[in-house]
Write a protein that binds this ligand. Structure first.
Ligand SMILES: Nc1ncnc2c1ncn2[C@@H]1O[C@H](COP(=O)(O)OP(=O)(O)OP(=O)(O)O)[C@@H](O)[C@H]1O
Ligand SMILES: [Mg+2]
Length: 344
């Protein structure tokens, strides 16, 4: 069995609107390993959610995958390029229901308010698997117990609105796990929860991952969450991968100036009194006004005049990680180091 579950290469998803083209995802590279947790981070608008919607092919019009590939490795060794599947095809529906599932920030958006949580979860099993109603019900109760919903047999017949926020989120995790997927994508799953409930939900996801060997792709703003749960991290900016690394390297030796800037804007306990948090200067550019050269050039504290504002860096492979910055380009690194004409 391949150690890799999903390989996204050069993926672009555009919205062709009347005011112009929004390149929501723009040449993204991302590799998900089987049985590992990948956190995807980046400021608002960097394309995290649209990456998730592209993987599941649930983009809303006029959003459209325009190029790239998403190679999905099944357990039996077969592969499929999800980018080439018709969103409405039988194969894509099977992938969505059975192999990859999604946890949203607000459970009420993906749960039906007029059906009990038990019937919604068992329905998933009945649609995608060859099980009887009784089996589906038994498995649902087992799942609800596993996500620690107290008195699961009775809760089977509760409606979503009868549960607390934290419990609804657990029920949604149960729903995502209904057909024993290989990958669960969670888009800001705990942002709406209080800190304690958030920690409980994250611990639960981690525990389930260890037990059942699923992969998790967790989209989050919260670098504290990343430090806690990630194995690998992808840093996105304007639809592109700026850095991908294992979590240890990312925090201890961040390679890309954007990663360093993101880490610099996190509160730390060891700051001296009066010492300021560094903020990333400026704003994420308007999607219609992408800079020439490196996407991060307008805000980068390490940009080099005449290079970073002219050419776009590739995603360079380093020891076990990748970085999209000229300082890691074998051709430009020396010039980059000597060029002290840093833009103020
Ligand atoms: N329906 C749409 N029409 C046009 N542009 C869109 C549409 N949906 C998203 N976009 C654009 O795609 C880009 C990426 O959006 P996306 O929602 O993936 O960002 P994100 O990283 O998830 O941000 P956040 O952290 O705020 O959730 C943004 O520039 C956004 O404005
Ligand atoms: Mg989002």
């Amino acid at each position: 069995m391949s150690d890799i579950l999903l390989e996204i290469r050069n993926l672009s998803t555009y919205f062709e609107t009347r005011s112009g083209v929004v390149k929501a995802v723009d040449g993204l590279d991302l590799t998900l390993r089987r049985n590992h947790t990948m956190c995807v981070v980046g400021e608002s608008g960097s394309g995290k959610s649209m990456t998730a919607s592209s993987i599941l092919q649930i983009l809303k019009r006029p959003g459209r995958i325009v190029s790239g590939e998403m190679i999905y490795h099944f357990r039996d060794g077969r592969t499929v390029d999800i980018a080439r599947l018709d969103p409405n095809s039988k194969q894509m529906r099977a992938i969505r229901g059975k192999y990859i599932s999604m946890i949203f920030q607000e459970p009420m958006t993906s749960m039906s308010p007029v059906h009990t949580i038990g019937s919604q979860i068992s329905e998933m099993m009945l649609v995608h698997e060859d099980v009887s109603k009784a089996e589906a019900k038994a498995r649902t109760i087992e799942l609800l117990t596993r996500v620690r919903i107290p008195d699961a047999a009775a809760r089977f017949s509760s409606y979503p609105f009868q549960l607390s926020g934290g419990m609804r989120q657990r029920a949604m995790i149960a729903m995502a796990l209904a057909c024993r997927p290989d990958l669960v994508i969670a888009d800001e799953p705990t942002t709406a929860l209080d800190v304690t409930t958030q920690a409980n939900v994250l611990n639960l996801m981690r525990e389930i991952q260890r037990e059942s060997g699923i992969s998790i792709m967790l989209i989050t703003h919260d670098l504290g969450v990343v430090a806690e749960v990630a194995d690998d991290v992808t840093v996105m900016y304007l639809g592109r991968t700026m850095e991908q690394a294992n979590v240890f390297d990312l925090f201890n030796a961040p390679k890309h100036p954007y990663t360093r800037a993101l880490l610099g804007s996190v509160p730390r306990l060891d700051l001296q009194r009066g010492e300021r948090l560094t903020q990333i200067r400026g704003m994420v550019p308007n999607p219609f006004a992408r800079p020439t050269g490196c996407p991060f050039v307008t805000r980068c504290p390490e940009r080099r005049f005449g290079l970073c504002d002219r050419q776009e860096p590739d995603l360079y492979r380093l020891d076990g990680s990748t970085s999209r910055c000229f300082q890691h380009d074998p051709v430009h690194a020396a010039a980059w180091a000597q060029n002290d004409e840093v833009l103020a």
